[in-house]
Design a protein around this ligand. Sequence first.
Ligand code: FES
Length: 78
Amino acid sequence: MYICICHGITDHQIRDCVKAGCARTLCDLQGQLGVATQCGCCEGAAMQVLHETLASPSRDAPQPRFPDIVSPPFAAAA
Ligand code: FES
């Protein structure tokens, strides 16, 4: 979905930029993608996508690691 019509920027482009670590603020998005730098109508929508992306866990982020299950020593003697 297009977020910024003036610059042809979609929500996917904003999410990709945030997930890549290139933007954490609207100012970052303005510098990286040009969002909300012309008419400004997209500022609210861009902020919403930015905050949703920052709040959601990334599929690329490392998942919590549980300790390995260690078999008791007597289990291997069978
Ligand atoms: S719609 Fe984004 S600056 Fe105009």
